[in-house]
Design a protein around this ligand. Structure first.
Ligand SMILES: O=C(O)c1ccc(O)c(O)c1
Ligand SMILES: [Mg+2]
Length: 639
């Protein structure tokens, strides 16, 4: 077992946050950062002196961890070299006023820069000597697009040659990982020679590294780079300075600073623990499945939704002992309809209309999960409870949706007995039942995907799946699922997250019409979709009628015999398959029309090891739903 260590000082570059300089500083301190990197452009556009910035930061209890960047300095031809030394002296003045002792020199990108490591070392040694005389220090960072120096080993080589105690190395995960450069060697460096560590993740994109860096960086855990192994290597060197987030991102520049800062701090706490340093975090919960979903309704919406659920084979299975809360059950699926006044649900209903206001995950240890969530700066929630009723631990997802944590096994299953008057089974009119909730899909406002990915990844240990781009008739949807690591055919938790830039797509309309993020559809699992659909269509369930063209194409895409095709077509079932042999499987699924134009249901059957969500069929679903929406407005065609 490793020994817990003190947390590293946590810092964020002002460039990562939106707002004016004081707003950035306030957000950083309100969320709990210890320090900030002052990015030069934020200082230049601030209408006050560096000493004013120092006073604001001191008043907020924030350290100024570094001043940056100082550009195009080393290995310049002679007349420029002298000017650069003067430039450095003037910036030292600024640093002393700011009250920070460290400046970041990034590797030269100027066309006149010489490919001469000896000159670079001599220049940096002289700059360090000048800094040293004032009690300041210089850190040297290789930019991935530096003209001659773009890898940390080159920067380190120059730092070693310069051999000055006031000159050290600065490493930035993005520059190393974007070039797929080796980072294991960082662990061999003397830790005290690393003066500063910057962390950033990014999605893998094929574009020039400068544009990638300036627009698409994100927080550790939000992208696809190996930030944790990088950080582990750096910390294994014995480095003990701050960990600082330096994120250039167009969406972050526009997002509310505190939301961004909260994600940032969560990502740093998580990264530090994952790298095996700091005080550590309780293990993420093992999530066995979704125990229930709770819908916020009023009395009228309750009746309409209950009627729809009836066509899907749900029965009224219980009434809460003290609240206007009803349980509907079909096989292994529990849905709760909450119309209680003056509750979290009624608040949700006022804001969003009929909608899912809470999800409950079945976990191995709810207490440990709550401790982890709180250590990652999640908000917990305490609902008022009646006498003898259980308080189920709950936390808030980033959009405010509640996530209840229900313990599995004997103790967990009794929430229904403890809190509900359960109604007797009425003789079993349902032949084919659901085995559980396969997935819960959410629509998110544009720009919020990264935040939700980080939340589910860090708090629950879910893994992000492939990113899909799905054409809706009115724009593009981007979809990415977060999946619990134990997800099998009928266990685990799967949460597809959808965003759309267009306000006219199903996702865009959901977000604008219901005031924000929320559950967009719920998929129920079955082991016999054909039989279930046959039965539910007969019961009047509003499944979407799939165009014949779809089945013509299916016959071309997959080796399905005529009987199978006919059986799918007759039951409005969509079909997909993935992988090969042992790794893959088949997927049969059908969607309902949407309820009040808000959310809808899906029935899915996974055969073999099918792991996806039928994304190839999503465009058909979106087109049919869009057509149904049109059809509901006959007045348009009436004159
Ligand atoms: O994009 C840049 O210019 C830039 C500047 C300073 C840094 O520390 C960095 O990583 C990138
Ligand atoms: Mg950097």
């Amino acid at each position: 077992m490793r020994q817990p260590s003190r947390p590293f000082l946590k810092s964020i570059a002002t460039v990562s946050l939106s707002g004016t300089l004081p707003e950035k500083l306030e957000a950083a301190t309100a969320i709990g950062f210890d320090g900030v990197e002052i990015f030069e452009s934020d200082l230049l556009t601030f209408d006050g002196s560096p000493a004013d910035v120092r006073r604001i930061a001191e008043g907020l209890g924030l350290a100024i961890t570094i001043f940056q960047p100082f550009r195009d300095f080393e290995a310049m031809p002679d007349p420029i070299r002298a000017r650069n030394m003067d430039r450095a002296e003037r910036k030292f003045d600024v640093m002393q006023e700011l009250g920070t002792d460290l400046v970041l020199v990034c590797s030269n990108i100027h066309p006149a820069a010489m490919d001469d490591p000896l000159r670079a070392a001599a220049d940096l040694a002289e700059m360090a000597e000048r800094a040293h005389r004032r009690g300041l220090r210089v850190g040297y960072e290789a930019l991935a697009w530096g003209r001659h120096v773009n890898r940390w080993r080159q920067a380190w080589d120059i730092v070693q040659r310069a051999d000055h105690p006031a000159l050290g190395l600065i490493v930035d995960s993005f520059h190393t990982l974007s070039l797929e450069d080796d980072f294991a060697g960082l662990a061999e460096l003397p830790g005290e020679r690393i003066f500063f560590v910057q962390l950033a993740d990014a999605p893998k994109l094929s574009m020039d590294v400068l544009s990638w860096s300036r627009h698409f960086r994100n927080f550790p855990g939000q992208g696809q780079l190996s930030v944790i192994p990088f950080l582990k290597a750096v910390l294994d060197s014995g480095y003990s300075g701050p960990l600082s987030l330096e994120i250039f991102n167009d969406e972050f520049r526009a997002a509310p600073a505190r939301l961004t800062a909260l994600d940032g701090l969560r990502s740093l706490i998580h990264a530090e623990a994952e790298a095996g340093y700091g005080p550590g975090l309780p293990e993420p919960p093992v999530c066995h499945g979704v125990e229930f979903l709770e819908f916020a309704v009023d009395a009228a919406e309750h009746d309409k939704l209950a009627a729809l659920l009836g066509t899907l084979g749900f029965r009224h299975a219980g009434r809460h002992r003290s609240k206007a809360v009803d349980l509907y059950r079909q096989g292994g699926v529990n849905l709760v309809l909450n119309s209680e006044q003056d509750s979290a649900a009624s608040e949700h209903f006022q804001m969003h209309g009929a909608s899912v206001c809470a999800m409950a995950f079945r976990v191995d240890d709810a207490q440990r999960a709550m401790e982890r969530a709180e250590a990652l700066r999640c908000l917990s929630w305490r609902e008022r409870v009646g006498e003898g009723e259980r308080r189920i631990p709950a936390l808030r997802a980033p959009d405010g949706t509640l996530i209840y944590l229900v313990e599995d096994g004997a103790a967990g299953s009794s929430i229904w007995e403890d809190d509900f008057h359960l109604l007797p089974e009425d003789g079993g009119t349902v032949a084919e039942s659901f085995t559980g909730i396969d997935h819960v899909a959410q629509a998110l406002p544009f720009g919020r995907m990264d935040s939700f990915v980080l939340f589910y990844r860090s708090v629950f240990g879910f893994l992000p799946d492939t990113l899909w781009e799905l054409p809706d008739p009115y724009g593009l949807i981007r979809s990415r699922a977060l999946v619990s690591p134990n997800a099998q055919a009928t266990t685990g938790v799967r949460l597809p997250l959808n965003i759309s830039e267009s306000r006219r797509t199903a996702t865009g309309r959901f977000v604008s019409a219901t005031a924000g993020a929320g559950v967009h559809h719920v998929a129920f699992a079955t082991t016999d979709a054909e039989r279930l659909l046959e039965e539910r269509l007969a019961a009047g369930a509003p499944f979407l009628a799939i165009p014949a063209n779809y089945y013509d194409d299916l016959a071309v895409k997959h080796p399905l015999d005529d009987d199978t095709l006919a059986a799918l077509k007759q039951r409005e079932l969509l079909y997909d398959r993935d992988g090969q042999g042992d790794t893959g499987g088949e997927f049969l699924h059908a969607y309902t029309d949407s309820f009040e134009d808000r959310f809808f249901f899906e029935v899915v059957e996974r055969r073999g090891g099918y792991r996806q969500f039928g994304a190839v069929n999503a465009p058909v679903r979106m087109a049919v739903q869009a057509q149904l929406r049109e059809d509901r407005w006959p007045a348009r065609y009436l004159d």
